[in-house]
Design a protein around this ligand. Sequence first.
Ligand SMILES: Cc1cc2nc3c(=O)[nH]c(=O)nc-3n(C[C@H](O)[C@H](O)[C@H](O)COP(=O)(O)O)c2cc1C
Length: 134
Amino acid sequence: MIRLIYISTARSELSKAELEGVLNASRRNNAAVGVTGLLVVGGRRFLQALEGPADAVVQTYDRIKADGRHFAAVTLDNRPIAERSFPDWAMGHQPGRPLRGDGAVADDVARLIAPIADPTMHAYFAEFAKKHAA
Ligand SMILES: Cc1cc2nc3c(=O)[nH]c(=O)nc-3n(C[C@H](O)[C@H](O)[C@H](O)COP(=O)(O)O)c2cc1C
């Protein structure tokens, strides 16, 4: 298994309905190929972790990168893992609160990653939340 983490930028901020569409497709497709992960949205920025069998993760990432709704995907991390950080989530996401102001993203992200042991994961998500919660 591998875990890949990337950031990207939305062409324009996704509406709630558009984001729901992305999450629904993600959960359906990921469940079929054994991919799990977490998608955090802060304004126009995405941070996503994809984990599972290497072939499935790479194919999923290739499809995601070709999606015209975002661009400038930068892979932050891509490494073999012994266990999943997000075993229960075909694609987890922070709850649908306002994305900006009042530190809502940071709080929600902190809650999502609280059960995760891996310090690298904590660092990526906590940093992202801090940067994009303002
Ligand atoms: C930020 C972002 C994250 C995405 N994450 C996933 C994902 O984890 N899994 C997935 O299958 N599709 C994901 N997608 C959607 C894919 O780009 C693509 O639209 C979808 O896989 C097509 O699936 P469908 O043919 O079943 O509709 C993501 C799209 C965006 C913009």
